[in-house]
Design a protein around this ligand. Sequence first.
Ligand code: ZN
Length: 499
Amino acid sequence: MIGLVLAAGAGRRLRPYTDTLPKALVPVGAQDAPEAVSVLDLTLGNFAEIGLTEVAVIVGYRKEAVYARRAEFEEKYGLKLTLIDNDKAEEWNNAYSLWCGRDALKDGVILANGDTVHPVSVEKTLLAARGDGKKIILALAGDRMPVLTRLFPSPIVMDIRAGALDDLAGVLADQRISDSGRLAVAVSRGYGAQLRERLAPSLPAATWFEVGGGTLDEAVDLADRMKSGDFDAVVGIGGGKIIDCAKYSAARIGLPLVVVPTNLSHDGICSPVSNLDNDAGRGSYGVPAPIALFIDLDVIREAPLRFVRSGIGDALSNISAVADWELDHRVNGEKIDGLAAAMARQAGEAVLRHPGGCGDDGFLTVLSEGLVLTGIAMSIAGHTRPSSGACHEISHALDLLYPRRAAAHGEQVGLGAAFATYLRGDHDGSRLIVEGLRRHGLPVVAEEIGFSDEEFVRAVAFAPETRPGRYTILEHLGLSAEGITEAYAGYVAAAGRPV
Ligand SMILES: [Zn+2]
């Protein structure tokens, strides 16, 4: 039996330590230790201690550094060292390294990865487990293995602060999202063009694509235009329509998506859904969640205030949406995802209870985070229930019944959430949402967004039809128009007409 070490990989995540050394030779341990010890030292020491006399090391990236120290290692550990070259180390993974060492496998090996620090007890345990015709014995770390873990899609970069855009190019390269800088950037014709002027110098290898609106045709066309280039990622810079177009296009051509919202008007920033207008009206298309996200608070502040207000209404509506989801769970046994519900509810509660105003960094940060967490909650749940209940049904009904008069999404769902919470009998909760809406200048009663009481009642009565199969307080109560009128009068009396 000989020892075999796989030590060919480039170790990019350990840069700059691996700029000149393979991972296996990067010193580990205390910085002021008298003698620098590498992972390869530790592994060779283990092999010598269990009595091996021969070791093969698969080398590739920066292999000259291993060759240079071969004689030193042989002498120090009393081992004969064979170095085997893997000439594809930077292209293929370590399965190919193992293939390079296939001749060494014939007589039996004890295998170690060149980047795994482990005590000699691991080798001793492996040797002791031999016998009974076992061909392969694996060492597993820890005395307790996690029984179940779950993975969910989430951005690997999330940068929310004033000035975040200045570092966009650097962060993308540093995170290996785009080493080459070849990015397909979708921008709007208006404000996006201004941002392009500002960002273009720091993204010299990027190709810019102007996008008009949020239709399915445009998203497909954008994907076709991007397909012809050799890009690392798609970047969507703009409002909801641009982001939704970029989401759809990135999914269609199989590239990761970086989102750079220029306003905070809704929770679609990081959601796994692209809403696009199509021939039949509007469609919601499932897409992968973004891989990175930059929200520059200075950019957000340049957008009209009503966008921030809309985002506030959308975030607050989570509180009501989660309550509807829980109602469905209690009444119908609908499956509820506790983590998704917690993330969405906390996002709403944090925005509700933050004392700051629309222009503050502190408040805008909490709002941005809330909208992003809401999107991730939808990814976890696999549907929009964490953020959409009766509040959204009422808003969809207003959109469908009065298409030309509809107000901003967040204004409608905020009002819908306050009323739905009142319908649920939670009058204290409703009052809190009303106060939150008022404090940020959002409408609380229908007449503030230009609808008469009768028109609003009609929308509430129609609302369940907008989401067939969804069970909220509206479906639960099954109120008649008279019942809704009475409840709405009670709500308005509690909330107070605008002065
Ligand atoms: Zn919404």
